[in-house]
Design a protein around this ligand. Structure first.
Ligand SMILES: Nc1ncnc2c1ncn2[C@@H]1O[C@H](COP(=O)(O)OP(=O)(O)O)[C@@H](O)[C@H]1O
Ligand SMILES: [Mg+2]
Length: 496
């Protein structure tokens, strides 16, 4: 099946990558998706890598990777609708045609056009998962390649990712800890088989029928072990970008991606447990990736609002900067968690300061947290400090710096706490836009403020501007993806 130009156009316009008018102006009568895509790249509306991904989603070769309709088949699996996607792949509901059993099929994004590095990583995921058999790890059954698109088939988990589950169920910290407890055993199992997951985060934890499952061994590192060969070559630079900076252990940040052991997974688990209980990432509040890295490497998480003391102690031990100071292994962490849970439902360590709904909200955007700098608790002195700093920059004519600080101020003012003031946040974001109208961050901040203030249509417009500017500046894919998600969410609300 040759993909049509119309299919590509729908995708491009639907995701706010370009307007219909821009596509029409660039198209020049392009006959098929490839010709249109190339025209869009020439018009600088798309990057080449982006085009490859989009073509993978619409073309026959990669229809599996995008949600094409009809009877798509890979091996014995009949593919159904898309049920999720990450940085690497698209996952579709599927049915094993012989066994009539539901399954989930993961297809590498970009299809046949995907880089060799991504293909290797995808194969490695299948290999890593194939070594494992544990009740809290999603089992992989089969792998193959379909018209150049690598795929793997696994058990279907009917449910949600952890972040969405939390947002919906609003569990207590103890319920969260009980839910996530089996993942300690899952990690212990993986580690004992020479596998470090390296990408433990809410989106890679699935919750179905009240149980949690670890999935996505796409960044797994195969350590030398008795029952399998070691990883042949370390993951290259591209791999380093694919992890989730907010869940990286300090040694992962300092020493590089390849050079980490099992205790990096304990750190990520500590982050996830803290965030899932608190509704707030332990190192939230950074405005830039560099600042986030600094926090992870140098700072201790602040005082929690909801975590009971015992659970807090487990998290803090897992979050120690030095791997040697964390639990000796995942099994030990599991035992400590058991002990904390057995302490009984004592009072929380500190008074619950925040509404649960608000506490759960940042989880939904955990992946975008870096780009948008989840603000630290609304504390008035910090707000005053930022306002003064912005004023000083403005007075000295340093507009770029002033804009940057106004953005941070806007984030800060949106945070739950005594200092929360969304109207003042909007003022700050508008000042930022006025100071630096060509900076995507300012429009991104404005979008977020407007979304919070219940004005999705205006928010979507601000996000679209941010996306266009970011694309023009060729900025980082993490932030880009996060903006895109926010823009899509705002656009969905815009037309109910
Ligand atoms: N076995 C499964 N059952 C149901 N949904 C799944 C399954 N595996 C993945 N998903 C969904 O697909 C998303 C992406 O899958 P993932 O393996 O994390 O891909 P990536 O490697 O691109 O991050 C997940 O966040 C989840 O929403
Ligand atoms: Mg994933």
């Amino acid at each position: 099946m040759e993909a049509t130009a119309g299919e590509l156009e729908r995708l491009v316009v639907g995701r706010g990558l370009a307007s219909r008018e821009q596509v029409a102006a660039a198209a020049g009568g392009a006959a098929d998706a490839l010709a249109l895509g190339q025209a869009l790249v020439r018009a600088r509306l798309l990057g080449p890598a982006e085009l490859a991904g989009l073509l993978g989603e619409v073309s026959g070769a990669g229809a599996g990777a995008g949600g094409g309709e009809g009877e798509d088949r890979v091996g014995p699996y009949v593919l159904g609708p898309e049920i999720g996607r990450g940085g690497m792949a698209v996952v579709r509901r599927a049915m094993h045609s012989g066994l009539r059993r539901p399954a989930a099929v993961k297809l590498l994004r970009g299809g046949a056009a995907a880089s060799e590095e991504r293909r290797v990583r995808f194969r490695r995921e299948a290999e890593a998962a194939a070594r494992l058999r544990h009740e809290a790890i999603v089992p992989v059954h089969d792998v193959g390649e379909w018209r150049g698109t690598p795929w793997l088939a696994m058990d279907l988990v009917e449910g949600d990712t952890l972040d969405r589950w939390i947002a919906r169920e609003r569990p207590t910290p103890r319920e969260v800890a009980r839910l996530l407890r089996p993942l300690c055993d899952a990690l212990a199992h993986a580690h004992s088989h020479g596998i470090v997951h390296r990408d433990v985060k809410p989106r890679n934890i699935l919750v179905g029928t009240g149980r949690a499952y670890l999935t996505d061994f796409g960044l797994a590192k195969l350590l030398p072990s008795a029952d399998g060969p070691a990883e042949e070559s370390p993951i290259t630079h591209e791999g380093a970008l694919v992890g989730s900076p907010l869940y990286m252990a300090p040694e992962q940040i300092r020493r590089g991606f390849g050079d980490v052991g099992p205790r990096a997974d304990l750190f990520a688990y500590g982050c996830v447990l803290w965030e899932a209980c608190e509704g707030r990432h332990p190192f939230a509040g950074a405005a830039t990736p560099l600042e986030a890295f600094h926090r992870i490497c140098e700072e201790e998480p602040g005082a929690p609002a909801r975590l009971p003391r015992g659970l807090e102690a487990v998290c803090r031990r897992a979050l120690r900067k030095s791997p040697e100071e964390r639990f000796a292994d995942a099994a030990g962490m599991g035992r400590a968690l058991d002990a904390a849970l057995a302490e009984g439902a004592g009072p929380p360590a500190r008074r619950v300061r925040r509404r649960l709904a608000a506490a759960a909200a940042p989880l939904a955007i955990a992946a975008g947290a870096l780009a948008f700098g989840l603000a630290a608790p609304g504390d008035a002195s910090e707000t005053r400090r930022l306002a003064a700093e912005a004023q000083a920059h403005r007075a000295a004519g340093r507009t770029a710096e002033a804009a940057e600080v106004e953005c941070r101020l806007a984030w800060r003012l949106l945070d739950e706490g005594p200092g929360r003031d969304p109207a003042a946040a909007e003022d700050a974001a508008r000042r930022a836009v006025g100071l630096a109208p060509d900076r995507w961050k300012c429009h991104g901040a404005l979008g977020r403020v407007l979304a919070e203030r219940g004005r999705p249509a205006e928010a979507a417009t601000a996000y679209r501007t941010a996306i266009a500017l970011m694309r023009a500046a060729r900025e980082s894919p993490h932030e880009y993806a996060a903006l895109l998600r926010r823009c899509e969410a705002a656009a969905r609300e815009e037309k109910p």
